[in-house]
Design a protein around this ligand. Structure first.
Ligand code: DNO
Length: 355
C-alpha cells in the first residue's frame, strides 16, 4: 500500500503540502481540481499545473478524488452522452499526465451526509456525527443551513453552495428513479468509460454511499456486499473497481468490513480507513483511528487489506478536530497525521509478523 493524504489544493485547503511532506511515510497526495464543476473537461494544462505544484513540494499525485459525475448521467437523461464524452476527455487528459486512479461516487443529489459537523466528545475534540432522527425531522433543503455554520469557512465536498442552491429541483428530478434505474445508469456510464480506462490504465474506484442507506427517500446503491459485488461484476473489467471506505460501509453495523474487503480482492483500488463510534444503531460519531476509541477493529480491517495483497493508495480518512486547529471538518492536519502514523504502524506489524 501507498500511504497518502487528501489535499484540496492550495486555494481551498488549510493544510499545506509542506506539512503533508513531514508526515512520516506519506509521499503522495490524493487531490482534485476542486473548482471544476461536474460535466466540465479538465484541461491538460490545469492538471499539469497541479502536478507541478505537488511535485515541487517533494510529493506526487497518487490519485484524484473526485472527478464528480454529473447528475444527468446518474439520472440517465439524454444529455448524458455528451457529459460522458467530457468525462472521457478528462480521463484521457489525466492518463496523458500519468495519473491512474480516479475516485468518484454515484450518490444522487448529496455526497456524504452528516447531521453535525462539530459534536464535542468527552476529550474536547469535535467530530462529524450522524443521528437518524435529525434526518427524519429535516427537510433536505434545510440540511445545508443547519450544518453550514460549522464548516470553519471552508467549502465541504458534496455541500458546495452551487449544488445546495439546486437541491429542491434535483429532488424533483429523482422522483420515480429506483435503485434498479441507478444500477442501469451506472452500468451505462461504466461501459462507456472502460475503453479509455483500459487504454490509459486508469483505475476507477467508486466511493460508497455514506451513510450506507437511502436518505431523504433517494435511492442509494453502493451500500453493502451484495450490491458492490453486483456492481463490479456487471461491468467485469479490472479497471472497474472500488474505494473501500471503512467509515462509509461501516455506518451499517450489518456490513462485515473485513469480509467485504476479502470478497473484493483485486478490485479495491483505493482505501479510506477510519473508525466510527456507535452510541446506538441510529447514532454514530466519527472517532480517532485507533480501535479502542471507536467501534471497529482497525487491526482486522488493515489485516484484510494486507491479506488480499492490496497495493494501492490508502489514506486516513476524516480526523477529529484537535489541538485548536481550524480546518475543513474532518480534514484537519493533526488527527489525520495521527491516523496515518497508526495505520502505518498496523501495516508494519502485520507485514513483519507475516515474514
Ligand atoms: C467525504 C469523502 C467523499 C468522497 C466522495 C468521492 O469526506 O470521502 O466526499 O470524496 O464521495 O466521490
Amino acid at each position: 500500500m501507498e500511504m497518502t493524504l487528501r489535499w484540496y489544493g492550495s486555494k481551498f485547503d488549510t493544510v499545506t503540502l509542506e506539512q503533508i511532506r513531514q508526515i512520516p511515510g506519506v509521499h503522495g497526495v490524493i487531490t482534485t481540481l476542486y473548482d471544476t464543476q461536474p460535466g466540465e473537461v479538465w484541461s491538460r494544462e490545469r492538471i499539469r499545473a497541479l502536478k507541478d505544484e505537488v511535485e515541487a513540494a517533494g510529493l506526487s499525485i497518487a490519485g484524484i478524488e473526485s472527478v464528480n459525475v454529473h447528475e444527468e448521467i446518474k439520472l440517465g437523461k439524454p444529455s448524458r452522452d455528451e457529459l460522458i464524452d467530457n468525462y472521457i476527455e478528462t480521463l484521457k487528459n489525466l492518463g496523458e499526465e500519468d495519473i491512474h486512479l480516479v475516485c468518484y461516487n454515484f450518490m444522487p443529489v448529496f455526497d456524504w451526509t452528516r447531521t453535525e459537523l462539530a459534536r464535542k466528545r468527552p476529550d474536547g475534540s469535535t467530530v462529524l456525527a450522524y443521528t437518524q432522527k435529525a434526518v427524519d425531522d429535516l427537510v433536505p433543503e434545510e440540511m445545508f443551513g443547519s450544518i453550514s455554520g460549522d464548516m470553519n469557512g471552508t467549502v465541504m465536498p458534496g455541500w458546495e453552495p452551487e449544488r445546495m442552491a439546486h437541491v429542491k429541483e434535483l429532488f424533483d428530478e429523482y422522483k420515480g428513479v429506483t435503485s434498479e434505474d441507478l444500477f442501469e445508469n451506472l452500468k451505462y456510464f461504466l461501459e462507456r468509460i472502460m475503453p479509455v480506462c483500459n487504454e490509459y490504465d486508469i483505475n476507477m474506484a467508486i466511493h460508497p454511499d455514506d451513510p450506507a442507506w437511502s436518505v431523504f427517500g433517494l435511492p442509494r446503491i453502493i451500500i453493502n456486499k451484495e450490491n458492490i459485488l453486483r456492481m463490479v461484476k456487471m461491468v467485469d473489467d479490472p479497471h472497474n473497481g472500488v474505494t473501500f471506505c471503512s467509515g462509509s460501509y461501516g455506518t451499517n453495523p450489518d456490513n462485515d468490513l473485513p469480509d467485504m474487503i476479502r470478497s473484493l480482492k483485486g478490485r479495491i483500488h483505493f482505501a479510506h480507513v477510519r473508525n466510527l463510534k456507535f452510541n446506538s444503531r441510529d447514532d454514530f460519531e466519527e472517532a480517532a483511528h485507533l480501535s479502542s476509541d471507536g467501534s471497529f477493529d482497525m487491526y482486522e480491517i488493515v489485516k484484510a487489506l494486507y491479506d488480499i495483497g492490496f497495493d494501492g493508495p490508502i489514506r486516513p480518512d476524516h480526523g477529529r478536530m484537535i489541538w485548536g486547529e481550524k480546518a475543513m471538518p474532518g480534514y484537519g492536519l493533526y488527527d489525520r497525521a495521527l491516523g496515518a502514523a497508526y495505520i502505518n504502524g498496523l501495516w508494519e506489524a502485520i507485514e513483519k509478523a507475516d515474514k
